[in-house]
Design a protein around this ligand. Structure first.
Ligand code: UD1
Ligand code: MG
Length: 452
C-alpha cells in the first residue's frame, strides 16, 4: 500500500474552542493535534494535501520539515465537499485511492487507516467509509444502508428525518475514494441543504446513483473517531493519548509507578528499567537513558538524561544534558543550556543556567551557577554564588579541575579559578585565582601560594 493520496481538512474555525489559536494547532500529548493526523498517513501516502484556511500560515509553519506535504488554501469554508474540491488538481493528478480525513481527530490510529484502505482495495469499492455505532448519534451524519449492507447515502443531522435520526451508525468523516470517481462525484454535489454547504457526504448518494458500491468499514472504538470540538473534548483526548504513550513505555520496560499522574509527551524516548515516580512531566523531545530514576513532581523538558541518572523529587530540567550516573536534586533547577558531564552532582536547591559541569564535579547544596564552565572533580561548597550579572551585563566564570570552592563563596564574574585552586568559606572572589592557590576573605586575597 503506497499509492494513496491523503487529503486532510483543516480549514475550519473551531469556534467552540473559544481560542485565538486555530483548533488544529492546540496541543494534545505535547504537540499540535494536526501532527498526529499528518504522521498517521505519512507511512503510506505518496502525497498529503492539507486544506488550510484561518491561520493557514501558522499551520504551514508548524509542519515545516515534514515531507511530501502540499498546502491548499480554502478561502471560504463552504463545507467539507467544497474543501476537498480545493484539491481538485492533486486528485486529478493521482490514480488510486484518495483518503479524506480531518485535522481534529488525533486519536485515530494508523493501523485503522491502513485496514480501511486495505478493505477498500480488496473490495474494489468506489468509496469506503469508516463508521462506528454510538449510543447517542446526535450531531453526526447517519449511515443509511441498503438491504445488502452497502451505504446508500449519508444524511446529516440537520437534514435527517425523525426515523433517520434514530440510526446509531455514524459517519466518522474518514473515507477512501477512487480518485476519478471522487472528482466526478464532487462535480455533482450542491449546497441545497439545511446548512447551505457543499457536503462531502453527498458524493455517496451520487456514486450509488451511478451504480457504484460504497462500503462501510465499521470499527468498535468510538474514541478513535471522536473529533475535538471544545476544551472538554481536548482534555479527554489528552487523557487517552497520555494513556497510550505510557502503555508504550511500559511495554518497552519502563516502570511507571502511577500512569494516571505521569505526563509524557509523544516524542519522548525512555530506556529500559528506568523508573518514573508519580506527578512527573517529561516533555518535548526529551531522551532518558536506561536504569535511571525520575522522582516525583519533576519536570523534564527537551533534555537528554543519560543512563543510571538519579533525578530526585521536585527537580526541573530544561533544555539541558545530564551525563550518566549523575545525581540531580531534590529541588534542583537546571535551566536551559546546561551540560552536566558524567558522574556529576547538582544537589538540593541548586540552580544552574547555561553552564558546563565537568566529569565528577559536585555542587551538592544551595548554589547558583550561571554562565560558568567548571572542570572535572571540582567541589562547589554549599551556598556558593556565581555572581554573573552586574546589573547591565552577564559575564562568564571559569573554574578549573580539582578546585575546592569553600562554602558561601561569591565568585564575581568575569573571574577564573585555576586548576587546584581553593577558596576559604565566605570568600568574595573579585580577581583571578592562579593555579594551586588558596584565597580567603573579602575581597579574597592570597593565603597559600602554589608550591613550586
Ligand atoms: C462532518 C460530516 C458528518 C460526520 C462528522 C464527523 C459532512 C457534511 N459531515 O460533520 O457526516 O458525522 O463530520 O465528525 O462532511 N472543514 C473545512 N472546510 C470546510 C468545512 C469543514 O476544512 O469548509 C473541516 C473542518 O475544519 C473539520 C472537518 O472539515 O476539521 C469537518 O467539518 P465539520 O464542520 O466539523 O463537519 P461536521 O458538521 O462535524
Ligand atoms: Mg465536526
Amino acid at each position: 500500500m503506497n499509492n494513496v493520496l491523503s487529503i486532510i481538512l483543516a480549514a475550519g474555525q473551531g469556534t467552540r474552542m473559544k481560542s485565538d489559536k486555530v483548533k488544529v494547532l492546540h496541543h494534545v500529548g505535547g504537540r499540535p493535534m494536526l501532527h498526529y493526523v499528518v504522521d498517521n498517513v505519512a507511512g503510506f501516502s505518496t502525497g498529503t494535501v492539507i486544506i488550510i484556511g484561518r491561520q493557514g500560515e501558522l499551520v504551514r509553519e508548524s509542519l515545516e520539515g515534514k515531507a511530501n506535504l502540499k498546502f491548499v488554501v480554502q478561502e471560504q469554508q463552504l463545507g467539507t465537499g467544497h474543501a476537498v474540491m480545493q484539491a481538485r488538481e492533486e486528485i486529478a493528478g493521482h490514480n488510486g485511492p484518495v483518503l479524506v480525513l480531518y485535522g481534529d481527530t488525533p486519536l485515530l490510529r494508523e493501523e485503522t487507516l491502513r485496514e480501511l484502505i486495505k478493505t477498500h482495495q480488496e473490495k474494489k469499492a468506489a468509496c469506503t467509509v469508516l463508521t462506528t455505532l454510538v449510543l447517542d448519534p446526535t450531531g453526526y451524519g447517519r449511515i443509511i444502508r441498503d438491504e445488502a449492507g452497502y451505504i446508500q447515502r449519508i444524511v446529516e443531522e440537520r437534514d435527517a428525518s425523525p426515523e433517520e435520526k434514530r440510526i446509531q451508525e455514524i459517519n466518522s468523516g474518514v473515507c477512501c475514494f477512487e480518485s476519478s470517481l471522487l472528482l466526478e462525484a464532487l462535480a455533482h454535489i450542491d449546497n441545497k441543504n439545511a446548512q447551505g454547504e457543499y457536503y462531502l457526504t453527498d458524493t455517496i448518494a451520487y456514486l450509488n446513483g451511478q451504480g457504484k458500491k460504497v462500503f462501510p468499514y465499521l470499527i468498535d472504538d468510538f474514541y478513535e473517531i471522536t473529533g475535538i470540538n471544545d476544551r472538554i473534548n481536548l482534555a479527554s483526548a489528552e487523557r487517552i493519548i497520555r494513556n497510550r504513550i505510557n502503555k508504550k513505555h511500559m511495554e518497552n520496560g519502563v516502570t511507571i509507578i502511577d500512569p494516571a499522574t505521569t505526563y509524557i509527551d509523544s516524542e519522548v524516548e525512555i530506556g529500559q528499567d528506568t523508573i518514573i515516580y508519580p506527578f512527573t512531566y517529561i516533555e518535548g523531545k526529551s531522551i532518558i537513558g536506561r536504569n535511571s530514576i525520575i522522582g516525583t513532581h519533576c519536570r523534564i523538558k527537551d533534555s537528554e538524561i543519560g543512563e543510571a541518572v538519579n533525578v530526585l523529587d521536585h527537580s526541573i530540567i530544561l533544555e539541558s544534558k545530564i551525563g550518566a550516573r549523575s545525581n540531580v536534586g531534590p529541588f534542583a533547577h537546571i535551566r536551559p543550556g546546561c551540560l552536566l558531564e558524567t558522574e556529576t552532582k547538582a544537589g538540593s536547591f541548586v540552580e544552574l543556567k547555561n553552564s558546563t559541569v565537568g566529569k565528577g564535579t559536585k555542587i551538592p547544596h544551595l548554589s547558583y551557577v550561571g554562565d560558568a564552565i567548571i572542570g572535572q572533580d571540582t567541589n562547589i561548597g554549599a551556598g556558593t554564588i556565581f555572581a554573573n550579572y552586574d546589573g547591565e551585563r552577564k559575564y562568564q566564570t571559569l573554574v578549573g579541575n580539582k578546585v575546592f570552592i569553600g562554602s558561601n563563596t561569591t565568585l564575581i564574574s568575569p573571574v577564573k579559578i585555576g586548576d587546584g585552586g581553593r577558596t576559604g568559606a565566605g570568600s568574595v572572589v573579585t580577581r583571578d585565582v592562579p593555579e594551586g592557590t588558596t584565597v580567603v576573605g573579602v575581597p579574597a586575597r592570597i593565603f597559600v601560594r602554589k608550591e613550586r
